[in-house]
Write a protein that binds this ligand. Structure first.
Ligand code: CO
Ligand code: CO
Length: 366
C-alpha cells in the first residue's frame, strides 16, 4: 500500500478479506468493510454481525443498526482511523457496486484502485500451511471425482450425475461446492457447458469439472470419460491434450515466465494441428478462491515463484463433435512443479450397456 501511495484500502466480505483478517463476515446487502491504513485497521459491520466478529478479531468495530443509514457509521470509522477524503484508495475487486457507491459518497474526493494491486501479489505465493490445505482439499476432491466417474452410466442425465457428485462432496465434508460441471456428447465442446438434462449414451465423451472449498481453500479438477468406444477420433485428441498438460508442467519452473507454461501447452496442440480449437488460457491461480491470480496466458510475463499454485487445463474443443479438457493443479517448488491430484489422467471407460456396468466398475480402479 505504501508503494502504491494508498491512504487506505477497503475490503468487503470475500476472499481478500479472509486472507488478510483470517475470517470473513457474512456477506449480504448490508455494507461491511475492513478498512486498513498504514498504521491502523478497523471494521464497519452491521450490528447483527458484531458479536460474531468479536470472536474472530481484536480490531475495533463500528456498527450500525438495520434502521440506520450506514454512511454515518462509515464516517465515524474513517474519523477514528484518520482517513479523510483526499488521495488514492484501494477497494476490493469483488466489492458490490452499492458498497463502492457508498464509499464514493462518503469520500467524494478519493481516487479508487483495485485492491488486488496490493493483495494479489501476497495471495499468489502460498506458504506451507496454505499448500497443506490445498493438498487436503485436493485429496478429498479426488475421491469425489472417483464417485462421479462411478456414477456415469448410459441413460443417466448430466444432472443426475451432478447430483451424485454433490452428494459425494457433502459426504466428504465440503464447506462449499465451487464448480460442478458435467458435460456429455457434443456438450463437451463447450468449455463452460451448463450441466443439462441430456442423457448419456454410447459413443459419448464426458467431462467432469469440479471443485469445492474445505478449510477455506479451493480445489479444481477436470477428468474425462468415454461411454463405450467414445466418439470417433477421441483417443488421438485425448493423447494430444494429455501431452500438452505434461509439457506445461515441465515448463512450470521458478524464474520462467508464466507465459511459458501457456506456450508449452499451446505448442503441443498447435503442432498437432488443433491450435484454433484451444480457445482459452492454460490455467488460473488457485487458493482461497477457485479462480485467482496469476492468470496463465501467453502474455503474462510474471516470473514463476516457488509457492505459486495454478491450474494447468488445456483443452481441444471440436464443435458438433466433442471436446477434451484435462485439468490438474500445479504447486511450484524450488525445482519445478508437482501436481496435487493422484488420479490418472486417462479417460475413464464406462460400459456402453448399463447392464454390465456394475461388475465391470467393481474391478476398475483409477
Ligand atoms: Co475446473
Ligand atoms: Co480451472
Amino acid at each position: 500500500m505504501k508503494e502504491l501511495g494508498w491512504r487506505a484500502a477497503f475490503l468487503s466480505p470475500g476472499d481478500d478479506l479472509r486472507y488478510v483478517a483470517g475470517f470473513t463476515p457474512t456477506p449480504d446487502e448490508r455494507p461491511a468493510y475492513l478498512v486498513v491504513t498504514a498504521e491502523r485497521a478497523g471494521f464497519l459491520l452491521p450490528a447483527l454481525n458484531r458479536a460474531q466478529a468479536e470472536t474472530e478479531t481484536d480490531l475495533p468495530i463500528v456498527s450500525y443498526g438495520d434502521d440506520e443509514a450506514p454512511a454515518g457509521a462509515l464516517r465515524r470509522l474513517c474519523a477514528e482511523l484518520g482517513v479523510d477524503a483526499s488521495g488514492v484508495f484501494g477497494v476490493g475487486d469483488t466489492t458490490r457496486a452499492d458498497f463502492l457507491l457508498l464509499l464514493q459518497s462518503v469520500l467524494p474526493e478519493a481516487q479508487w484502485q483495485p485492491a488486488s494491486l496490493a493483495v494479489a501479489p501476497l495471495r499468489m505465493v502460498k506458504d506451507a500451511e496454505e499448500i497443506a490445505r490445498l493438498e487436503r482439499v485436493a485429496r478429498v476432491t479426488d475421491r469425489v471425482v472417483e464417485a462421479g466417474l462411478g456414477a456415469l452410466s448410459p441413460g443417466r442425465t448430466e444432472r443426475e450425475v451432478a447430483h451424485a457428485i454433490r452428494d459425494a462432496f457433502l459426504r466428504e465434508g465440503a464447506e462449499e461446492i465451487l464448480f460442478l460441471g458435467v458435460a456429455s456428447g457434443p456438450n463437451t465442446a463447450f468449455p463452460h457447458h451448463h450441466t443439462s438434462d441430456r442423457r448419456l449414451e454410447a459413443g459419448d465423451a464426458v467431462w467432469l469439472d469440479i471443485g469445492c472449498r474445505i478449510d477455506g481453500y479451493a480445489s479444481d479438477i477436470t477428468r474425462m470419460a468415454i461411454v463405450g468406444p467414445g466418439p470417433d477420433g477421441y483417443a488421438e485428441i485425448h493423447a494430444i491434450v494429455a501431452r500438452a498438460v505434461e509439457a506445461a508442467f515441465q515448463a512450470a519452473r521458478p524464474g520462467a515466465p508464466l507465459a511459458e507454461v501457456d506456450r508449452a501447452a499451446r505448442r503441443v496442440i498447435e503442432e498437432a494441428g488443433y491450435g484454433e480449437a484451444f480457445v482459452h488460457r492454460t490455467g488460473h491461480g488457485l487458493g482461497l478462491s477457485g479462480h485467482e491470480l496469476p492468470s496463465v496466458h501467453g502474455k503474462n510475463e510474471t516470473p514463476i515463484e516457488p509457492g505459486m499454485v495454478f491450474t494447468i487445463e488445456p483443452g481441444v474443443y471440436l464443435p458438433g463433435r466433442f471436446g477434451v479438457r484435462i485439468e490438474d493443479v500445479a504447486v511450484v517448488g524450488p525445482d519445478g512443479a508437482r501436481r496435487l491430484s493422484r488420479l490418472s489422467r486417462d479417460a475413464f471407460r464406462v460400459p456402453a450397456s448399463p447392464g454390465g456396468s456394475e461388475a465391470a466398475r467393481a474391478g476398475r480402479r483409477l
